[in-house]
Design a protein around this ligand. Structure first.
Ligand code: MN
Ligand code: MN
Length: 417
C-alpha cells in the first residue's frame, strides 16, 4: 500500500514537472497568469509531455472539442445545455417513428421540449391534442395537417419542407405523411414536461368511455364504436387522404375556416436581416397571427457568428438543422461553458443568459431558436454598448472611445456585417 502511494506521488511529480517546464519555457518573460494558461494549450488537445494511456469514447470526444479542451475563458459550473436526439429512445410503429428530448433528458430545459417524427407515405400521427402548444418545422417531404378550433372552424392544409405549423394548446389535430416518401419534422412544445407518448388520443378516449354513454352522446341506440380499436393507434399506416380541396370543403362546412392559418411558409418571406456572415428570419405573432410561439431561423456562413446577445423575455430552445457550431453560455457568477453542436442536437439557454453561436464548420450552419412566447426579443452586447455613454463604457473596459464610436448603431444579429 505504502509503495503504491509512493509510486503515485512520483508519477504525479513527473507529470507536474513536465507541465511547469513547458509553462516556463513558453512564457519566457514574467509569468503573467493568463500567459501561463495559453502556454499549456496545444493544438492537439494534450499537455506537453502528456501521453493518453487510457482510451475514451473517441467519436464523442471528436464531436465535443470544447468540452475535451475548453477555451481558456470557460470556468465550468454551468450545467449541460445540450442533448442529442441520437441518445433518445426511438419508438417505432408501422407508419413511422418518433423520439423526444424533454426536461427528463435535459434538466435545464424546463419550459420547452422537442420531438422528431418520421411518417412514411400514408403514415398517420393519430388525431390527438395536448395541454401545451405545438410548433413545427418540416424538415423533409410533405404532410397533410388537420385541426379544429374552439368555434368548430377547420384547418386542413399540405405542408412541405421548410414550412411551419402551430397547434395552440388544447386544439385537436393530426398529421399524415404524403407521397412520394412521407415526411420528417420537428415539433417544439412550450412545456418542458411534455410527453409525446401521453397525449389525449381519439382512440384511447373512446376506448375509455362506457359504450352506453357513447351511444347517448351521439343520440343513437347502438354504440357505433363497437369496432373501434381497444388500444391507441398513435402512429399507423393507411391510404392517402382525398384531394386537398375536397377535404377542406367537407371539414369547413357549416363553420368555415380558422381565421388565421395554422401554417406558415418562411420560404415566402424576406429575411429579417442579411449580412456577410449569414441571415436570420424572425417569425413571430407580428407576421403570423396564429402563433403564440416565436422563432428565429438562422443561417450562418462558415466563420459567421450569431453575435453576443440575450433574450430578456423568455428561455430559448435550439435545434441544429445542419452544419457545425459552438456556443458559449455565460451564466453569471463567473460561470461559463462552451459546447459543440451539430445536426440533430438540442440547445437550451435560460431567459436573460447571454450567449453567441459560431459556425465552426466549412458548410452553412442552420439552426432555429424557439421561444415560448408570441413575440421575439433580444438585446445585443454591441447595441447596448453603442447606446451607453462612451466615457462610461471606456471606464469599464478600457477599449478607448474611438473603438466604441465605431460600433454600429443598430444590432447586427449576424456578423460580419
Ligand atoms: Mn401534437
Ligand atoms: Mn439567442
Amino acid at each position: 500500500m505504502q509503495q503504491e502511494n509512493e509510486q503515485k506521488r512520483v508519477s504525479r511529480r513527473r507529470f507536474l514537472g513536465a507541465g511547469s517546464a513547458a509553462i516556463a519555457a513558453a512564457a519566457g518573460l514574467q509569468g503573467a497568469q493568463a500567459q501561463e494558461k495559453t502556454a499549456i494549450r496545444s493544438s492537439d488537445h494534450h499537455l506537453k509531455g502528456e501521453s493518453q494511456p487510457v482510451q475514451g469514447n473517441d467519436p464523442l470526444d471528436k464531436e465535443n472539442p470544447s468540452s475535451v479542451w475548453a477555451p481558456a475563458t470557460d470556468s465550468g459550473g454551468q450545467p449541460p445545455f445540450k442533448y442529442s436526439f441520437s441518445l433518445s429512445h426511438k419508438r417505432i410503429e408501422e407508419g413511422g417513428w418518433t423520439r423526444q428530448v424533454t426536461v427528463r433528458d435535459l434538466p435545464i430545459s424546463k419550459k420547452m421540449a422537442g420531438v422528431q417524427m418520421r411518417l412514411i407515405e400514408g403514415g398517420i400521427r393519430e388525431l390527438h391534442w395536448h395541454v401545451g402548444a405545438e410548433w413545427a418545422l418540416m424538415l423533409y417531404g410533405s404532410a397533410r395537417i388537420t385541426a379544429v378550433d374552439q368555434q368548430g372552424r377547420s384547418h386542413v392544409s399540405d405542408v412541405k419542407e421548410g414550412d411551419l405549423w402551430i397547434f395552440p394548446g388544447g386544439i385537436p389535430h393530426s398529421i399524415q405523411g404524403l407521397g412520394p416518401d412521407g415526411a420528417e419534422f420537428l415539433l417544439v412544445f412550450d412545456d418542458g414536461n411534455f410527453n409525446e407518448f401521453e397525449t389525449f388520443l381519439l382512440t384511447d378516449w373512446i376506448a375509455h368511455t362506457p359504450p352506453e354513454i357513447l351511444a347517448k352522446n351521439f343520440n343513437v341506440k347502438e354504440n357505433p364504436f363497437a369496432e373501434s380499436p381497444k388500444k391507441e393507434l398513435f402512429i399507423f399506416e393507411r391510404d392517402l387522404p382525398r384531394p386537398l380541396a375536397e377535404e377542406q370543403r367537407q371539414s369547413e362546412a357549416g363553420t368555415g375556416r380558422v381565421p388565421h392559418s395554422f401554417d406558415f411558409r418562411p420560404s415566402e418571406m424576406k429575411p429579417s436581416k442579411v449580412s456577410k456572415g449569414g441571415e436570420v428570419k424572425i417569425v413571430d405573432q407580428k407576421i403570423w397571427p396564429a402563433t403564440n410561439i416565436a422563432a428565429a431561423i438562422v443561417t450562418l456562413k462558415p466563420g459567421g457568428l450569431r453575435e453576443l446577445h440575450w433574450h430578456p423575455n423568455e428561455d430559448e430552445w435550439q435545434y441544429y438543422v445542419k452544419g457545425k457550431g459552438r456556443m458559449t453560455v455565460f451564466a453569471a457568477g463567473g460561470r461559463a461553458r462552451t459546447m459543440d453542436f451539430q445536426e440533430g442536437d438540442v440547445g437550451y439557454i435560460e431567459k436573460s443568459v447571454p450567449h453567441y453561436i459560431e459556425n465552426t464548420g466549412d458548410t452553412d450552419l442552420v439552426f432555429i431558436e424557439v421561444f415560448p412566447t408570441p413575440f421575439y426579443e433580444d438585446i445585443s452586447l454591441a447595441e447596448w454598448m453603442a447606446h451607453t455613454p462612451s466615457r462610461l463604457v471606456d471606464q469599464h473596459l478600457k477599449t478607448g472611445e474611438d473603438f466604441l464610436a465605431k460600433i454600429g448603431r443598430k444590432e447586427a444579429v449576424v456578423v460580419p456585417e
